[in-house]
Design a protein around this ligand. Structure first.
Ligand SMILES: N[C@@H](CCC(=O)N[C@@H](CS)C(=O)NCC(=O)O)C(=O)O
Length: 197
């Protein structure tokens, strides 16, 4: 299986880490989401990465679908528990972490793709609020430090992206999450190796 990705994409990192934890080999092929001639737009009409190309069957996206697929082909109940409460706690955490990544990415795009005088501060503030409220909830009750779940991997990738693109400002007010994050690489194969760059 082949993953269309970019080294800086936190969503693609989530998939790469999930594959490493599960021991599922993935070939990597970079994609340029801004290149109209890149075949990724045929593989995913949304023009977003990550995309999983399979030998049999259509390309899969988005990252949570791909992680669910990888967990399924690896036997299931590894990154996404089957027990009801544990399953939906994991999926909820993954959705929250994905939302943090979305908001952080939109802040980057606002500055990258708009002329400086057209940047809308209220839009940036709205995205910052999503991140702040999410991290406040998590700081009050950080995830358990067991075997990594899909939610844990997504959250760690969100923190990695906040460090990479937003200067790690989140760390100052979230000591419990920093402690959780600093301990994460030791219990998660593939996390350090996939640091954005
Ligand atoms: N919900 C999607 C989000 C993926 C996403 O936003 N990827 C970014 C790169 S990190 C992208 O492809 N951006 C290009 C675009 O939005 O056109 C997922 O979980 O895979």
């Amino acid at each position: 299986m082949r993953l269309r990705y970019s080294p800086s994409s936190p969503f693609a990192r989530k998939v790469r880490v999930a594959a490493a934890v599960l021991g599922v080999p993935l070939e990597l092929e970079t994609a340029d989401t801004m290149d109209a001639n890149d075949t990724l737009r045929q593989q995913n009409p949304l023009g977003k990465i990550p995309i999983l190309l399979r030998d049999n069957g259509p390309a899969l996206f988005d990252s949570s679908v791909i992680v669910t697929y990888l967990d399924h082909v690896a036997g299931g109940n590894r990154l996404i528990p089957t027990e009801t409460e544990a399953r939906f706690a994991t999926l909820r955490l993954e959705a929250l972490a994905d939302g943090v990544m979305d908001a952080a990415l939109l802040q980057v795009y606002e500055r990258r793709y708009r002329p400086e005088d057209k940047v809308v501060q209220s839009w940036l503030d709205n995205q910052a609020g999503k991140i702040a409220r999410s991290l406040a909830e998590l700081e009050a009750a950080p995830p358990a430090a067991g075997a990594p779940t899909a939610g844990d991997i997504a959250l760690a990738c969100a923190f990695g992206y906040l460090d990479f693109r937003h200067g790690g400002a989140w760390r100052a007010d979230h000591p419990n999450l920093v402690a959780w994050y600093e301990a994460f690489p030791a219990r998660c194969p593939g996390f350090s190796e996939t640091a954005p760059g």
